[in-house]
Design a protein around this ligand. Structure first.
Ligand SMILES: Cc1cc2nc3c(=O)[nH]c(=O)nc-3n(C[C@H](O)[C@H](O)[C@H](O)COP(=O)(O)OP(=O)(O)OC[C@H]3O[C@@H](n4cnc5c(N)ncnc54)[C@H](O)[C@@H]3O)c2cc1C
Ligand code: SF4
Length: 345
């Protein structure tokens, strides 16, 4: 039986590859970057919300399994450039990005787990990202937290820090959907900041706080144990006064304008389908929704692409957490195992 092709080695793809190999199925894992681990590895996530668990504890065993298993062939720095044939015997052309060398391989079925990209906050000039110093994204703060050192561009520690929620999310001029995790991730980061900079004052400027399920504990702890402040409002402008960052906006509780000075502004940038997902949609002939996420045949059944032998997993379908992406990968792997059993019978 031909191996299963898994495209993308983030939490969803790793989980699919792991489960397949543990079920005795051969896997061809194709990742376009030179490292495994998806967004958490690329952006050097420090810990995962909601439990402050080091990323290595969650993804480490998955990466170890796929790199050590004799059943998994890992192809880093590669993409799939063509796809044809029928279930059980698809033919794919895999190209190494650096050398442009290609090879043709046969695979039985496919799991597409090409993930998301962070919203590029330069697209929305209100926040000054890319122009105004010390306006950063939660992805950049996560990397600073991993180094245990959060500093402004001049090397000093920030004293007053604002988080701005829903940047490039829930906004019809950019992306109208909710990214589902960035409230919780921002609050997790604010708590971590308080641990390393206990004298800092932190303000969360939010539309709504969406810490669903067990993530809600982060919200209460942030106020009751760490003294983090919440302002319900919308930011209209961020600019540098020469010494501080001036954030202007509307307080939507008291229904009036607000202005406040900060040393650092952290943008809770959302998740959107990226170039890798667009490329996969075109190669595998998959449907996308109005936003560019891959569209399952039945909305509530993520793995079913509607194309026989091609399954979907993870944040290429919708914004989601690491735990959901891992479960999605397992679900797609299970579909491949079922299909192969039917083909063998
Ligand atoms: C700043 C930030 C912090 C976050 N922190 C947390 C957290 O604390 N807790 C939590 O639960 N969730 C968190 N998340 C969400 C988490 O990052 C995602 O749930 C998770 O990364 C989704 O996994 P994935 O495998 O679907 O996608 P990704 O992690 O995006 O992985 C997809 C992989 O596919 C590869 N790829 C893409 N296209 C192709 C292609 N055409 N060919 C080959 N390879 C391709 C990519 O290079 C990548 O390696 C955070 C998100 C953000 C924005
Ligand atoms: S998770 Fe929170 S910050 Fe992110 S888009 Fe949804 S409401 Fe906004």
């Amino acid at each position: 039986m031909n191996p299963v092709l898994v495209v993308g080695a983030g939490p969803a793809g790793l989980s699919a590859a792991c489960d397949l190999s543990q079920a005795g199925v051969r896997v061809l894992l194709v990742e376009r970057r030179e490292e495994l681990g998806g967004a958490p590895a690329r952006w050097k996530y420090h810990t995962l919300a909601p439990d402050f668990v080091p990323v290595s504890r969650v993804l480490g065993p998955l990466i170890e399994q796929v790199t050590k298993s004799e059943l998994v062939e890992v192809k880093k720095g590669c993409v799939v450039e063509s796809f044809r044939g029928s279930v059980g015997d698809f033919e794919v052309r895999i190209t190494e990005l650096k050398t442009r060398r290609s090879e043709t391989r046969r695979v039985s079925c496919v799991v597409v787990a090409t993930g998301f990209e962070h919203f590029d906050a330069r697209v929305d000039p209100r926040y000054g990202y890319g122009r105004v110093p010390d306006v950063i994204g939660i992805n950049e703060l996560e990397a600073m937290l991993s180094q245990g050192r959060v500093v402004k561009r001049d090397g000093s520690a920030p004293k007053r820090i604002a988080f701005v929620f829903c940047v490039g999310s829930r906004d019809r001029s950019t992306n109208p959907w909710c990214c589902t995790v960035c409230c919780g991730v921002s609050i997790k980061q604010a708590i971590e900041l308080k641990r390393i900079l206990p004298d800092s004052q932190i303000y969360m400027i939010y539309m709504d706080v969406r810490t669903t399920g067990l993530w809600e504990k982060l919200y209460w702890d942030s106020m009751e144990k760490f003294g983090i402040n919440y302002i319900r409002g919308r930011v209209g402008e961020v600019y540098h006064t020469g010494q501080k960052l001036l954030v202007k906006g509307e307080d939507t509780l008291v229904r009036g304008p607000f202005e406040a000075l900060f040393d650092m502004v952290v943008l809770a940038v959302g998740m959107e389908p990226g170039e890798g997902t667009r490329q996969a949609a075109s190669i595998f002939g998959l449907n996308t929704n109005e936003y560019g996420f891959l569209l399952p045949r039945t909305p509530n059944i993520h793995y079913d692409s509607g194309r026989e032998g091609v399954y979907l997993a993870g944040s290429c379908v919708a914004p989601m957490s690491v735990e959901e992406a891992i479960s999605d990968g397992s679900a797609a792997a299970m579909q491949c195992v079922k299909l192969m059993k039917v083909m063998r019978a």
